[in-house]
Design a binder for this molecule. Structure first.
Ligand SMILES: *Cc1c(COP(=O)(O)O)cnc(C)c1O
Length: 361
């Protein structure tokens, strides 16, 4: 670089950070947005009006409640957190992963996860200087129990992340495999239930049986992605340590009030998620019927599929040209070569996606 200032930045920034690529969010203006597992349904008008009224009562000149006491109580009841388990709230579950790994990042400490999985586990491990070990899933994206147990004894990870269901594959891992991993792990196991609303399977009721188990949830995928609210449930003494790393006002007042309001009207969101689960099954059947497409069954609000007759990159670009944005996983390589991921949208969005896709095949 000619500019001496650039040399200064190169000298200062950690080499592992310089090697990273920034998390890329593509522009989506004017497109049917089926790339990020968002809930497509707006709030009913009368609910929106009541919510805005509630926000009007928030004293925005004051700092938020640093412990979000009222919201935590609401979450406990709404999510069925067992008594004895404690809660830690994050600005999205992404922040909880960051808080956890900052606290665990001793020199040489390892983060382990099956791969392919949610990319933030590895990204944040790198941010905090931890080593990430990925253990390949089987051909059908199940946990390879033997390989996981071997990886655990070889690397003694400080934490293992298991997305349940997994992103981007959509499947729910076998609960007995997970139990065996929790049993064998010398460190923590985070069961990441970001898609709980669509899978309706959980390890929440096993908290308390094993002190190394943490259950993570988020309100994002069920319809509140803009709020940024995630939570970690688990051992009280352990979470008290993690809480020292949390910035005091990480959950802002508008999020606290909005989440509390939304949980008090959970039936509206539950109904939307039920519609999306039904839509997922229709979309799965329609994709299965298309020639040259292999689609995997999903317990989340998205479907992973592979295109056999045309390169995935061409299909992705063709869909975008037709006004539909999905996620191209082909560049991730490995088991995801040739794969695309589509979020389950509203019926008319799914129809537009299917029509555009059919034309491209
Ligand atoms: C989307 C996603 C998250 C992140 O959710 P936020 O709460 O919005 O940060 C966490 N885990 C998995 C597996 C996800 O797919």
């Amino acid at each position: 670089m000619a500019n001496p200032k650039d040399d200064m930045w190169r000298r200062l920034i950690r080499p592992d950070i310089q090697r990273l690529k920034a998390y890329h969010v593509p522009a989506s203006a004017g497109l049917i947005k089926l790339d990020a597992m968002e809930n497509p349904y707006p709030w009913p008008e009368e609910l929106k009006a009541a919510w805005l009224q509630r926000l009007g009562t928030v004293g925005i000149n004051r700092y938020p409640d640093p412990q979000a006491t009222a919201l935590k109580e609401r979450l406990r009841v709404a999510l069925g957190v067992p008594t004895g388990a404690e809660l830690l709230l994050g600005n999205g579950s992404d922040e909880l992963i960051q808080i956890l790994l900052m606290a665990l990042a001793k020199p040489g400490a390892v983060v382990l996860a099956p791969v392919p999985t949610f990319v933030m586990y590895e990204m944040i491990a790198t941010f905090v200087g931890m080593k990430f070990v990925g253990v390949p899933l089987t051909g059908e994206f199940a946990l390879d129990r033997d390989a996981m147990l071997k990886g655990i004894s070889a690397h003694e990870p400080a934490v293992i992340f298991l997305a349940y269901p997994n992103n981007p594959t959509g499947n729910l891992f076998d609960a007995n495999d997970i139990a065996a991993i929790i049993e064998a792990a010398p460190g923590l196991v985070v069961v990441d239930e970001a898609y709980h609303a669509f899978a309706q399977a959980s390890f929440m009721d096993r908290l308390g049986t094993r002190d190394n188990l943490l259950v993570m949830r988020t309100l994002s995928k069920q319809g509140l992605a803009g709020l940024r609210l995630g939570l970690l449930a688990g051992n009280a003494a352990g979470l008290a340590e993690l809480d020292k790393v949390r910035l005091p006002y990480n959950i802002n007042s508008l999020t606290q009030a909005s989440a509390d309001f939304a949980l008090a009207h959970a039936d509206a969101f539950d109904a939307q998620c039920a519609r999306l689960r039904a839509e997922r099954e229709s979309l799965y059947r329609a994709l299965s019927a298309l020639p040259g497409i292999h689609v995997w069954p999903s317990r989340a609000n998205f479907l992973l599929f592979r295109t056999h007759t045309r390169p995935a990159g061409d299909v992705y670009a063709g869909l975008k040209g037709a006004g539909v944005l999905i996620k191209n996983l082909d560049p991730s390589g490995g088991a995801l070569k040739g794969c695309l991921r589509v979020t389950v949208g509203a019926p008319e969005e799914n129809r537009a996606f299917l029509a555009a896709l059919e034309k491209l095949l």
